[in-house]
Design a protein around this ligand. Structure first.
Ligand code: CP
Length: 323
């Protein structure tokens, strides 16, 4: 199904290919272009359902989903919670605070404990790369990676793709400039996988110390923004820095902060994305972030609910006996 078909038929659930082969969603790296299209097409349907502000047929009624967030989150945690509730599931939210992790229990034992309670699906965000893989090994139910360290954040890349696809009508042929702390960004890593699969070209822009080795990047923002259809701005992930940066926030904003003037270096119609949370006046100018003619940031948040509804639907099909 193309985006136009999906848009036209988004009142109806797309039935042509309602299946992905994965038991878990741990990264974009294991999805193929067909899997991505299946998730995005189904998410189009859930955009409409979510706007109706009602449960959508209680698809997941009777299921219990554990939302395990061991790192801070606003968007991802709330939107998984909302997506699960829109579909009729009960949700148990768990954070490190108030858990026995603070008494010294390991993540491994925590995951084994959760599995013994027989949840229907587990969503996990954790600081260490590979935590989601460990959860998938130890938990029988489907596991969704809501961000594991710097490695992957697959539902963020999928919601970014849905936002871009709805805005431009297609993904293939777009050029996205990613500006900021690419080295520590699981959002960038998942998006780079997705771009490659979906025919999106990219440029990576940032100071040398925030560009990963092996990534073809530039420190020159003028060069990096040239020809971009969209600019994806990333915050500096201070919580993951191991060394002091060589620049202040003011110097960073001067060199890389996205302003309306700087956006003019991209295509005239270029739009702005930011996965959040934003640091206004550091990586992005506040007025540009709020400019609804150029900024798709709140659309990204809305698409997050729809994408997560689609992922919950697809990953529970086996449990529901859906064919
Ligand atoms: N984009 C994102 O993961 O935001 P949160 O950390 O608020 O979930």
């Amino acid at each position: 199904m193309t985006i136009l078909q999906a848009g036209l038929n988004s009142e109806k659930k797309p039935v042509s290919k309602l299946r992905i082969p994965q038991h878990d969603l741990l990264g974009v790296d294991v999805l193929d272009a067909g899997d991505v299209a299946t998730i995005l097409d189904l998410a189009e349907y859930y955009v409409v359902q979510n706007r109706r502000r009602s449960l959508t047929g209680a698809l997941l009624k009777g299921m219990v989903i554990v939302n395990l967030f061991l790192e801070n989150s606003t968007r991802t945690r709330l939107s998984f919670d909302m997506a699960a509730k829109r579909l009729g599931a009960d949700v148990i939210n768990m954070t490190a605070d108030g858990s026995s992790l603070l008494k010294g229990e390991s993540l491994t034992d925590t995951l084994k404990t959760i599995n013994a309670m027989r949840p229907d699906l587990v969503i996990i965000r954790a600081r260490a790369e590979g935590s989601a893989e460990e959860a998938a090994r130890l938990i029988d139910a489907p596991v969704i990676n809501a961000g594991d360290g710097t490695r992957e954040h697959p539902t963020q890349a999928l919601l970014d793709a849905l936002t871009l696809r709805r805005h431009f009508g297609h993904l293939e042929g777009l050029h996205v400039a990613i500006v900021g702390d690419i080295l520590h960004s699981r959002v960038a890593h998942s998006n780079l996988h997705l771009f490659k699969k979906m025919g999106v070209t990219h440029s990576c822009v940032g100071p040398r110390e925030l560009l990963p080795l092996g990534v073809d990047g530039t420190q020159d923002i003028t060069e990096g923004l040239k020809g971009a259809d969209a600019v994806m701005v990333l915050r500096i992930q201070k919580e993951r820095l191991t060394e002091k940066l060589s620049f202040t926030e003011e110097e960073y904003f001067k060199a890389y902060g996205l302003t309306a003037e700087r956006l003019a270096l991209a295509k005239p119609s270029a739009v702005v994305l930011h996965p959040g949370p934003m640091n206004r006046g550091v990586e992005i100018d506040a007025a540009l972030a709020d400019d609804s003619a150029r900024s798709l940031i709140t659309t990204q948040v809305e698409m997050g609910v729809a994408v997560r509804m689609a992922c919950l639907d697809l990953l529970t099909r086996g449990l529901r006996g859906a064919c």
